[in-house]
Design a protein around this ligand. Structure first.
Ligand code: GDP
Ligand code: IMO
Ligand code: MG
Length: 422
């Protein structure tokens, strides 16, 4: 049986913390898409750790962690991360398994990402520059190199061939950065990668399932960044939604049980693209400051705004969300009045659907106002201690979405998660 945990907004909903919390109830935690564009923050023994490639269950003993075929893997990032994790006494040679079908991010993919973004000027996506889009392009273009290719004697020849192809593209962009150092660390990291457990991923995960093991699939990015259903073209290059679990791990849809959606109590977005409830004012600034809203991967300030129920309901529909975790409720402690977007006015007409290209339309959010919390929430340990006004807020959202918020996260700490028992 597989449960899925994924983001319902534009990423950074707090997935890392929640996966770390839930991992105790599972045998395997698996990443199924994305790559080091992800930055999942968790706290272990009060130390902050940001994971980019390794699943967030890694700090639990007796659990396995799996990087599925749908992930794009940068060996350099992986090696650095493995070193960090090893300093906490985790032996990844025993607990981490990597699908041989996962595509490799090459240094030239990172260069191409940088060159392509620079060439877009004002139209740039605001990519994390981790090489995600060029690597997925080489996957769908049937050019890419995969983790399993590393074990082939012709790997270097294949690498040189692809590198030459990339060089022509880079020349077209007039890209002239010297990437020799990147290549050196890449080849060093490949030697490290070869020592890890490279497996037939689909066989690995299905054997786990046949043996009755419980798998938690950990999403990266968020539903509104999905390549098909997000705010295209301001999206990432993979299917971030629950459908991506089947193709990203090699499992049948019948194996999926719960789909746990994570949303902030408000909303953020990092990078370019439409964001109807964005607050480009002092309220947005206060959300960013109080919520410490700076990218975990790039350090960029996150754009902040009120919670968007139109987008959330859409995400619940596309993913088949069965329960919700609402994070960063404590951040709203600082606000006397809250707003919730219940509809969009598109070119003057009210709708609860997401328009085809939000960025090309005049989209105005329609808000319902709520009172802020009648007492601080961050110290609460049980549902009873949460503010009454928060219950009103939660009940309204539950009713609107037709799916219940089952947990409230009221701080970044490992144990700051309250079950509402619904
Ligand atoms: P992810 O990419 O979805 O894993 O989220 P990030 O780690 O990029 O960003 C979430 C940020 O919020 C991290 O800095 C977390 O430590 C922090 N965080 C998570 N849950 C809470 C919460 O309930 N309250 C507060 N104040 N911070 C939280
Ligand atoms: P986690 O897993 C937030 C955004 C980038 C950019 C767009 C495309 O931590 O939630 P890419 O590098 O994928 O080509 O960038 O997607 N983006 C994220 N935003 N959280 C993430 O991951 C993101 N991964 C990519 O900012 O707008
Ligand atoms: Mg993040």
């Amino acid at each position: 049986m597989i449960d899925v945990l994924l983001g319902l907004q534009w990423g950074d909903e707090g997935k890392g913390k929640i996966v770390d919390y839930f991992a105790k109830d599972y045998d395997v935690v698996a990443r199924f898409q994305g790559g080091p564009n992800a930055g999942h923050t968790l706290y272990v023994a009060d130390k902050k750790i940001v994971l980019h490639q390794i699943p967030s269950g890694v700090f639990h003993t007796n659990k396995l962690n799996f990087i599925g075929n749908g992930v794009v893997l940068d060996p350099v990032v992986l090696k650095k991360e493995c070193d960090t994790v090893a300093s906490f006494g985790v032996d990844l040679k025993k607990t981490l398994f990597i699908a041989e079908r996962a595509h490799l991010i090459l240094p030239t993919h990172r260069a191409l990402d940088k060159a392509a973004e620079a060439s877009k000027g004002q139209q740039k996506i605001g990519s994390t520059l981790k090489g995600i889009s060029p690597t997925y392009m080489d996957k769908t273009g049937r050019n890419g190199l995969r983790v399993g290719d590393l074990l082939d004697k012709n790997f270097t020849t294949a690498y040189i061939k692809l590198r030459l192809k990339h060089q022509k593209l880079l020349d077209n962009y007039a890209f002239s950065d010297d990437i020799t150092a990147w290549e050196e660390e890449f080849f060093e990291a490949l030697e490290f990668l070869k020592q890890l457990n490279i497996v037939n991923g689909e066989s690995f995960i299905n054997k786990q399932l046949q043996a009755g093991k419980k798998v938690l699939a950990e999403g990266a990015q968020g539903s509104m960044l999905d390549i098909d259903f997000g705010t295209f073209p301001f999206v990432t290059s993979s299917n971030t939604i629950s459908a991506g679990v089947c193709s990203g791990l090699g499992v049948a849809p019948q194996k999926i049980r719960d789909v746990i959606g994570v949303t902030k109590a408000y909303c953020t977005r990092v990078g370019a693209g439409p964001f109807p409830t964005e607050l480009d004012n002092e309220v947005g600034e206060a959300l960013r400051k109080t919520g410490n809203e700076f990218g975990a991967t790039t350090g960029r300030p996150r754009r902040c705004g009120w919670i968007d129920l139109v987008a959330l309901k859409f995400a619940c529909m596309i993913n088949g969300v069965t329960s919700i975790v609402m994070t960063k409720a404590d951040v709203l402690d600082a606000f006397r009045e809250l707003e919730v977007c219940t509809a969009y006015k598109v070119n003057g007409k009210e709708t609860d659907e997401i328009p085809f290209r939000i960025d090309r339309q005049d989209v105005q959010p329609v808000y319902k106002k709520f009172a802020g919390w009648d007492k601080p929430s961050s110290a609460a340990k049980t549902a009873k201690e949460l503010p009454d006004t928060m219950t009103t807020y939660v009940n309204f959202i539950n009713q609107y979405l037709g799916v219940n918020i089952q947990y409230i996260s009221n701080g970044p700490g490992r144990d700051q998660l309250i079950s509402l028992g619904k």
